[in-house]
Write a protein that binds this ligand. Sequence first.
Ligand SMILES: C[S@@+](CC[C@H](N)C(=O)[O-])C[C@H]1O[C@@H](n2cnc3c(N)ncnc32)[C@H](O)[C@@H]1O
Ligand code: SF4
Length: 310
Amino acid sequence: MAGIYLHIPFCKTRCIYCDFYSGTNESQKNAFLEALCREAEIRKAEVTEPVQTIYFGGGTPSRLDRKHFEQIFEILFGCFEVNPAAEITVEANPDDLTDEYISMLAQLPVNRISIGIQSFNNDELKFLSRRHSAEQAAESVKRCQQQGFANISIDLMYGLPGQTMKIWENNLKQAIGLNIEHISAYHLIYEERTRIYSLLKAGKIKPVDEDASTAMFALLIDMLISQGFIHYEISAFGKEGYFSQHNSSYWKGVKYLGLGPSAHSYDGDNRTRNIASLDRYIKGVSAGSPERDTEHLSLIEKYNELLSQD
Ligand SMILES: C[S@@+](CC[C@H](N)C(=O)[O-])C[C@H]1O[C@@H](n2cnc3c(N)ncnc32)[C@H](O)[C@@H]1O
Ligand code: SF4
């Protein structure tokens, strides 16, 4: 069993907390697509087992059009033995999920959508520089359900500066009310090189204190468990039968191939990471192989990784 991760390095705008590799200049989209497909062909021998999960992450995969997805699927199904029941996830931003876009996704082999909602509070969304409102976020989920998607996940963030227990509780209530199968909830991390980190360092925002963080985590667990969700990873909650197979692969030690700039791969012994630069990625692939760092994992390191996974 193996997994494939595709990193789509484009975002319409950048959010203040995020340090995932992506840029807002989409002029290189076609060149990127060509390099991505070429990388799959160059590295196909690395996958020797049937593919059980395919995950489009980013960045923002919902910046891709039908022709891009079709191009990618043609290559993936040509290069790899993809299990007909494979879990195929696309991360999407609510503002991209128009009726037309969802209907396009529904005609592809995609069977799981992971929507980055983050909050149902419009002041928080504005502060995080998200492009959507709480109402648009909820509508996007309903539209996916109406078009037949029956495996929907949303991302939420908590521990935001100024966030009260009441706001967090309301965010969770709204999420539960959507009748979705999966929720990932992440405590805010102040990553260096992000705008929110600069605000923190400049003393313009105050982080929540440790007691509040702990109380928010406890509320998250209580509320979701009482609604039939199972807490199967530190940040992940799924209804029975709807755990993310792709996420679970990482800590189960399943081999995965990561395609695209900054994507990680794991072959059972070594973990590699593609260069986090679109220009250098495209150049590397056209010269025969993307630039990569390799890290060999000893048995003890593998064990430690397993224990430290979220
Ligand atoms: C690849 S990112 C975003 C996917 C998609 N582009 C979006 O914005 O909805 C996956 C998730 O990581 C979480 N995340 C990103 N940066 C974070 C941070 N600094 N602290 C906590 N969670 C973070 C967010 O919940 C986000 O939806
Ligand atoms: S959270 Fe999503 S949309 Fe925002 S910058 Fe990160 S990858 Fe892009």
